[in-house]
Design a protein around this ligand. Structure first.
Ligand SMILES: NC(=O)c1ccc[n+]([C@@H]2O[C@H](COP(=O)([O-])OP(=O)(O)OC[C@H]3O[C@@H](n4cnc5c(N)ncnc54)[C@H](OP(=O)(O)O)[C@@H]3O)[C@@H](O)[C@H]2O)c1
Length: 257
């Protein structure tokens, strides 16, 4: 079996590629320098030559490219997973956010991802649009909460964390395992993957737990209440373990929500 995974120079795709290898799946990379995604004809030719068995579109790039990839997968009857984001939801109205909620992103990134979601779902009725939160990993460089906090400490001399933000977030290994599961057993439509969905920990609590778990004794954590958002991605079966299975955090929070 062969999966095309886009975005392999990025943060999450290499973690998914390692999951794929664990399933005995061969990984096919899209090299944009060799096949420009904007070149629709060359892209089609390349896809027909490579004949992947499933596509995981984790790369950025245009909504048009996302739609064309999904269209190819639909034509071949292939599983197709697109990674979207909690950022398709603005903080007003507040969450938690369910798959069918109105996507009201105000910023460019959220609006861009919304356009990609629409292009994918229009092209492939069986596609999985998987919304995820901020990813965490002790080693993987890139867009990674733990490393962003390291950077905040290095550049700002402190780690400012809101006690009134409940972020959507998950460990990359868990997200990648869930994405692999969806590729192996496709689920049509919009799915939410969030390890904070049930427990609802605040960003401040998560930052303290990461500090403890990863020996960041030098972090100067400063609590604030400036950002207020219950960003959790809820709805559907839990496909990722709860944060309390990965960090020293209380597990029974959901009972008090
Ligand atoms: N990391 C997170 O915390 C997080 C949170 C929510 C959602 N997501 C979503 O998860 C997916 C993977 O995220 P990520 O953190 O791995 O992303 P990333 O680190 O920013 O990597 C994105 C990759 O997309 C590819 N790409 C394709 N077209 C591009 C273009 N026009 N400009 C720039 N890059 C382009 C590049 O890989 P190639 O050179 O290999 O093509 C790039 O390395 C994305 O869909 C992202 O929106 C991530």
């Amino acid at each position: 079996m062969k999966w095309l995974i886009t975005g392999l120079n990025g943060t999450l795709a290499p973690v998914l590629a390692r999951q794929a290898a664990g399933h005995g799946v061969q990984v096919l990379a899209w090299r944009r320098e060799e096949v420009p995604p904007e070149d629709a004809a060359a892209s089609q030719d390349w896809l027909h030559a490579q004949r992947p068995d499933a596509i995981a579109h984790l790369g950025m790039g245009s909504a048009e490219w996302a739609g064309r990839l999904a269209e190819y997968a639909a034509g071949q009857g292939l599983p197709f997973v697109f990674t979207s984001t909690a950022m398709v939801f603005h903080h007003e109205p507040d969450g938690p956010h369910a798959p069918g909620d109105a996507r009201n992103a105000q910023d460019g990134y959220g609006q861009y991802k919304r356009g990609c979601e629409d292009a994918v779902l229009a092209a492939h009725p069986g596609a999985s649009v998987v919304r995820i939160g901020w990813q965490i990993d002790p080693r993987q460089p890139g867009n990674n909460m733990l490393m962003a906090l390291d950077q905040w400490q290095a550049t700002q001399g402190r780690v400012a964390a809101s006690s009134r933000w409940k972020p959507a977030c998950s460990f990359m290994q868990d997200t990648a395992a869930a994405l692999a599961g969806v590729l192996l057993q496709p689920v049509a439509g919009v799915l939410h993957l969030d390890s904070n969905a049930q427990e609802g920990h605040s960003f401040l609590e998560i930052v303290h737990a990461l500090k403890q778990a990863y020996g960041r004794d030098h972090w100067d954590i400063q609590a604030h209440e400036d950002y207020v958002h219950d960003q959790r991605l809820v709805g559907g079966p839990a496909r990722v373990p709860a944060l309390s299975e990965r960090l020293e955090l209380p597990a029974a929070r959901s009972a008090t929500l």
